[in-house]
Design a protein around this ligand. Sequence first.
Ligand code: WT7
Length: 651
Amino acid sequence: MTVQIDHALEEIRRFRPSPEFAANAVADSALYEAAQADRVGFWADQSRDLLHWDKPFTKTLDWTNPPFAKWFEDGDLNVAVNCLDRHVEAGNGDRVALHWVGEPGDTRDITYAELTDEVKRAANVLTDLGVGSGDRVAIYLPMIPEAVVSMLAVARIGAIHSVVFGGFSADSLASRIDDAEASLVITADGGYRKGKVFALKPVVDDALTKSVGDSVRNVLVVKRGENEVEWTEGRDLWWHETVATASSEHEAQAFEAEHPLFILYTSGTTGKPKGILHTSGGYLTQAAFTHKNVFDLHPETDVYWCTADVGWITGHSYVVYGPLANGATQVLYEGTPDTPHPGRWWEIVEQYKVSILYTAPTAIRSFMKLGRQIPHAFNLRSLRLLGSVGEPINPEAWIWYRHVIGGGSIPVVDTWWQTETGAIMISALPGVTDLKPGSAQVAVPGISIDILADDGTPVEGEDGGLLVITEPWPSMLRGIWGDPERFKETYWEKFGDKYFAGDGARRDADGDIWLLGRVDDVMNVSGHRLSTAEIESSLVAHPWTAEAAVVGAADETTGQAVVAFVILKASQAAQVTDVAAASEELRKHVAGQIGAIARPRQVFIVNELPKTRSGKIMRRLLRDLAEGREVGDTTTLADTSIMQVISDQVK
Ligand code: WT7
């Protein structure tokens, strides 16, 4: 009986492409066929089609030394020219590249010609400051046009950017600056968030006193927040006094396809973030290909909006590189969705007639909670495609997104990928593939994936296991900055030449893929990756803490939430009489050390942690507690009565 009901639901919850959409779709099933027939040749064709190569490549893939891949190795290109100059040269200089919206309500429309000029000016300033090919530049900016300009200016001169999300603390920024040995930091006085100015320059000043290296020579500062900032003469420069007055003559040099483009730090299973390294030609090929085909981009008519911050990989690939390589017109918004009113996003959609919207399930679920009357106060009929990224989207949220935001009949694409993959790997193609709420569905053409059992044997048919990528792909990470061993260990040790993503996945009867979340000690909070180990070491660094264990507990809005269990030092426990105040202090401490995104939802002060006989903390049991469930099997605990003690304490 149940089986039949499930089956019926499954039937309803599958949507065929509408004939009208399919008729004008960018993608078609020939893409799958071409990739199937000759995978490597397919990527070569796509790359030639989508990009301008100053020196065409003749070799497509070198995989003779796995896991170190080389794509389009003997070709030369300039990434920034591909995103800017060539569109101007093609006669599209007057097309708007960015409809920028500041949180307080100020706006700027920037055309491709203007953006190209600004990037050339910034490139000249960087060169004057002694930044050259291969040098690292840290970017710590709010969502303002200068963030995009900075990234492209760095790329234009062959330097390497490391964008650090503006919500990270001085300590996090300092460790990233040190790891990459950045010689320049680009920041702003401050930016707007929730109606207030949040200061950035003071965080950079603080980070530079905390930094253990002395790599930074200059700090370039955009005036945005109008907050007071301190100034270090000789080191600090204003953007408006340098970039704005620089020459917009700049001849771009072409670089090899494997020239590094950027480093982006992401959390792993240890306390130390990994500097994920991406290079030029392959990365740009797959970012442009997926942006065009997954989002059905018609650059002449679409207005595209990806709500991600440039501090994350989604902002790199689907705010900067993919859309600009494809000559798209897009919205860039500085602030939060609910400032100054909860309909702010929908007001922007109406005002700019946004046709493609790409956001995260956590945002969708927040809007669901507020109710449909908020989006429905605005005209959303310009929307014709919706995308989701960052975590599994539950079918209810998918259906709500499609109906309430999308009006009931437009495609919703759920896109699975990672900082490491650089670009979308699993997604439906709108107009081609059927859509199934809750499932990321199928590998993008040219991408090969599989599901393996723990021993490495492929899982057959309708079953679950570990998601792997079985063949190298153009936008794959090329390594971890300064740590080739960690690169091998983290992703390649488990299954040899197959890339292990760290996610569990299940295949259904149609062969569609359902993502099941991380299988390692990595949490996903609001689509952002956090490491349990990193937060634990931050907690232990507090003078009160003896021991800490952190778990990701299911959360209705954010997907997962950080929940910490802390044992206080005996010497401190006596002084800490107010448990609520102590856990508040520890929450603040983590936010201060790592950044507000890492602030635990709850910190429980306990006397014990559940450990196995070998001393390993059983996080599974803590997760049961944090999620308010019956505690599971405790037989492997050294002391089986411990869970009762702990659960009495967290009540
Ligand atoms: C992890 C990667 C990709 C940009 C944003 C996050 C999870 C991402 C999905 C999805 C289910 C997803 C995975 C992955 N994830 N997209 N559509 N369905 N899970 O990038 O910080 O590198 O995190 O996010 O667990 O491993 P990231």
